[in-house]
Design a protein around this ligand. Structure first.
Ligand code: FEO
Length: 171
């Protein structure tokens, strides 16, 4: 049985993952307005990944006897200034998510909750990838933002992104 403290933190994390999905969907909508359909696709996939992260937390909490308490999801910001602004905000957001996951991991370690520690390892690894990917594309955007031909090619590159469904779940 998971402790009330860990249960609360995981419920909060479910809401944070769902908010991240909304935020990335807002970014996708912004790129649709610019007809940058590859970038829009990239963030649409990112939105779906975040929903999978929320699902993974949802399933874990049920598996360990906790109660899932769903929360209101705030409306995301939608006033982006340009392409670089979006990618900078995506990277900043991933860094916040990493901090949040680490907070739960610390709590689990303090409580000798080895099951939750083990569960969170997947998320800790995932955040390394998430931050690396956001940082990589922010730097690429900085390189191409003033060159329409290069931006066109980057848009095509990002249109190739495929949803990764492996979340490490045993079920
Ligand atoms: Fe669920 Fe992008 O972290």
């Amino acid at each position: 049985m998971v402790s009330e403290r860990i249960e609360k933190l995981i419920n909060e994390q479910i809401a944070k993952e769902q908010f991240a999905a909304q935020y990335y969907l807002a970014m996708s909508a912004y790129f649709e307005t610019l007809d940058l359909v590859g970038l829009a696709h990239y963030f649409r996939i990112q939105c779906k990944e975040e929903l999978m992260h929320a699902d993974k937390m949802f399933d874990y909490l049920n598996d360990v006897g906790g109660a899932v308490i769903l929360q209101a999801i705030p409306a995301p910001e939608q006033n982006f200034t340009d392409v670089e602004d979006v990618f900078a905000k995506a990277l900043a957001h991933e860094k916040e998510v990493t901090k949040s996951i680490v907070t739960i991991a610390k709590a689990a370690a303090e409580e000798c909750d080895f099951a939750t520690s083990s569960f969170l390892q997947w998320f800790i690894n995932e955040q390394v990838e998430e931050e690396a990917s956001a940082s990589l594309y922010l730097n690429k955007i900085k390189m191409v933002k003033d060159n329409p031909s290069a931006m066109y090619l980057l848009d095509q590159e990002l249109a190739q992104r495929v949803l990764t469904t492996d979340t490490g779940s045993q079920a």
